[in-house]
Ligand binder design. Structure first.
Ligand code: NAD
Length: 320
């Protein structure tokens, strides 16, 4: 972590804690002195992501599908609901599971928080903005989502999760927050999860062509995972209901990203253009004014530094 996390909680439950973002969250919380129960079904996460935590006092791993009612052995004072497939390759393969996790799973995680009088934070996503017609996107924009398109299993699950979280706060008075994460990258993303950064790094390190979709001019804003985790914990420590955007406003085209990764890895790889997926957003960039003003948060890791750290990790780990 780049900055210290204030010790604000005794015991946090992190659903999806064995995934990419969740495992970094568990680590940051543990390092700050908060006990953590990680609840995960390993549908897209893996044991290696939390291996370094398993023997630490205060860390408990519980294998469970949060779409089924679940309980934990000790009441939490914070529930971070991060369970959900997140990469398009995963949620297209696990459509019904994604919808159930976003609906029933969110319901069950909210019930846990309500029963324990804990703060609850939902991991939502910039995908709620769909293929946006406003740019950059601020939290007041309602989005442009195709409800029957292939990505709808994820986008609509998250939109429903936001509605559920909002209704829960209104009807039960549960202390809830919603973070809308924009593309995050870093160590522990699976090399074959289909997202651009791990795909390009895996291809560059193997000397294979980097597969850029469409003309590569579509943009994303990439936030290094340490920055994202700091933003999430700042929102958790605040009483704001949100939603609040957490992302890096520096926009980059996919073609630029591929060229950067070729340069930073020193790879002989070339670029190969492939077909662009249906409903792939043309642009994505967060307006983070709200996070800056209310949370005092903004990303600090530059793209060059974040990519260097991520590439270093992939050099040491097999890209499976
Ligand atoms: P990930 O796939 O690496 O992690 C998700 C974790 O949730 C996995 O460990 C998986 O096994 C677990 N999970 C899925 N369904 C479950 C269920 N029903 N019960 C228990 N565990 C379950 O994905 P990630 O990139 O770490 O994303 C984590 C969260 O952050 C997701 O909610 C995602 O929507 C959100 N998010 C991530 C990004 C990003 O760029 N990484 C961007 C926006 C939002």
């Amino acid at each position: 972590m780049d900055s210290t996390v204030p010790r604000r909680w005794e015991h946090a439950v992190v659903t999806g804690g064995a995934g990419f973002v969740g495992s970094h969250l568990c680590t940051a919380l543990m390092d700050a002195g908060t006990d953590v129960t990680c609840v995960d079904d390993f549908s897209t996460g893996r044991r290696e992501n939390i291996e370094h935590l398993l023997d630490r006092p205060g860390f408990v791993f519980q294998r469970a599908d949060v779409s089924e009612p679940f309980s934990v052995t000790r009441p939490p004072d914070l529930v971070l609901h991060f369970a959900s497939p997140a990469s398009p390759a995963d949620y297209l393969r696990l459509g019904l599971h994604t919808l159930e996790t976003g609906s029933l799973g969110t319901r069950n995680a909210l019930a846990l928080a309500h029963g324990a009088d804990a703060r609850f934070v939902l991991a939502s996503t910039s995908e709620v903005y769909g293929d946006p017609q406003e740019h950059p996107q601020n939290e007041r924009y309602w989005g442009n989502v195709n409800p029957v398109g292939p990505r709808s299993v994820y986008d609509e699950a998250k939109r429903f999760g936001e509605a559920l979280t909002t209704a829960e706060a209104g009807e039960h008075g549960t202390d809830t927050g919603i973070v809308r994460l924009f593309n995050t990258y870093g160590p522990r993303m699976r090399g074959y999860d289909g997202r651009a950064v791990p795909t390009f790094i895996r291809q560059a390190l193997a000397g294979e062509p980097l597969t850029v979709t469409g003309d590569g001019l579509q943009t994303r804003s990439l936030c290094y995972v340490d920055d994202t985790v700091r933003g999430i914990l700042a929102a958790a420590a605040h009483s704001m209901r949100g939603p609040v955007n957490i992302g890096n406003p520096t926009e980059i085209t996919m073609l630029e990203l591929a060229r950067w990764i070729i340069r930073l890895t020193g790879s002989p790889s070339e670029i190969r253009y492939i077909e662009r997926p249906t409903d792939d957003p043309a642009v994505r960039c967060p307006d983070i004014t709200l996070a800056r003003d209310k949370l005092g948060w903004e990303p600090v890791v530059t793209a060059e530094e974040g990519l260097r750290r991520t590439i270093a990790w992939y050099r040491e780990h097999t890209a499976d």
